[in-house]
Design a protein around this ligand. Sequence first.
Ligand code: ATP
Ligand code: MG
Length: 381
Amino acid sequence: MNVLVYGAGQLAQMMYLAAVPLGIKLRAVDVKTNTIVDPVSKQTLALSIEEAIEQADVLTVEFEHVPEDLLEQAHQSGKLMPSIASIQAGADRVLEKQALTKLAIANCEHLIVTQVEQLEEAVEKLGEKLIVKSSRDGYDGYGQWRLSSKEQLPELQSELSKLDLEKVPLIVETMVPFDRELSLIGVRNQSGEVRCYPLAENLHHQGQLHVSVAPAPTVSAELNAQAQQAFTKLANEFDYVGVLAVEFFQVGDALLVNEIAPRVHNSGHWSMQGADTSQFENHIRAITDLPLGNTDANGKSAMINIIGCDDYSEDLLSIRNCHLHVYGKSVRPKRKMGHINLTGDSFQSLAEVMTTLAKYLPLNHFPKLLGEADKLSDIKE
Ligand code: ATP
Ligand code: MG
C-alpha cells in the first residue's frame, strides 16, 4: 500500500512513523513547492504530483489548508480520504458553522461578517466581549482579533478594513466564559464503524495549545455521550474516513463545539504512548481499510508541547514514563518544535512526572505545566 499525504510537517512525519510497521509506504506533497518529499528527511523525490497520485492507493491530508487546485486534483483521483467536503468544512469557518447548524450541534453564538460596519450589529447582538476570526487560513490563534470593550471597536474596524471580507468573511463569536476546553479525537472507517478516544482536556496560552491531559479528569457519562454524539453526527454527515478531531468548550454541563479538524490533531498526540493504538496508526488503518485499533487509554497521560524553544535538556529522557518527539525544525517564536508525552497510573503519579520534567525545561516557555501538575495532584480518584 502507498499513501500520499498533502502537507509535509510533523503530522505527516508521525503518520509515516505509524505506517512503517504496517508495511505501508508514505510520501508527502510539500504544498509550498508543489514537490513530492520524504516526510521524515524532507528530501525531494524525483516524481511529479501526477505520478505520485497515480502510484498511491490512498490520498490524505495532514492539514485542511491545502490549496484549492491541489485539493480538487486529489478529489478527482477518487482516492482522497477523508472526503473533500469535510476538508473544506475544516478549512472554512463559514462552511463549518453551516454544518454544525444543519446537524443541530450546539456551538458558539456567532455572526458572519462581510463588511466592517456589521461589527456594530455584532456588538449589539452578541455583546462587547467578542472574538473575531478570519474564516480561512487560521491556526494556532493566528487570524484572530479580540474585542474586550466597545471603545476598541473603531480601532478594530480600521484594522479589519484592510481585508477583503467579501472574499474571506469573518466569523464573529461571543467570547465564551467556558469552564474548560476539551477535545474528542475519533476515527471512522470505510464501513462506517466509529471509535472514539477518551476526551482530552486542553490548556491553551495565547490561542495556542500547550498541554493536553487524557482522559480528561472528572468527565460525567452524560458529557461523554454529548461529545460522542456530536462526533458521530459530524463523521456520518461527511461519510468521513480517518481521524477527525472536534474541539469543545465546556460550560457547566453543556458542550459547545469550537471547531473541527479533519485530520490527526495535536490534542491527540498523547495517544502515541497513552493509548493502545495511536491516532496516527488508526488514521492509516482507516484509510487503508485495515481493522481499526483499540482506542482505550492505558492509564493517564499528558502531552506537553515544546513551543518556540529548543533549550531543554535531553536528560529529560532519563525520567521514567517520559517520551520526547521532536519535529526537526529550526526555532521561531510560537513554532511547535516537538512534544513530550508523559504517562502515569493515576493523576497523582502523572503530576509527579510533570513536576520532575519541569526541572529539565526553560519554564518561561511552559507556562501551563506546573499549575496543571498542581491541579492534577489534588484530584481524588
Ligand atoms: P487551532 O487550529 O490551533 O486549534 P485556531 O487558530 O484554529 O486554533 P480556535 O481553536 O478557534 O483557533 O481558537 C484558539 C483558542 O482561542 C481556543 O482554543 C480558545 O482557547 C480561544 N477561543 C477561540 N474561540 C473562543 C470563543 N468563542 N470564546 C472563548 N475563547 C475562544
Ligand atoms: Mg482550535
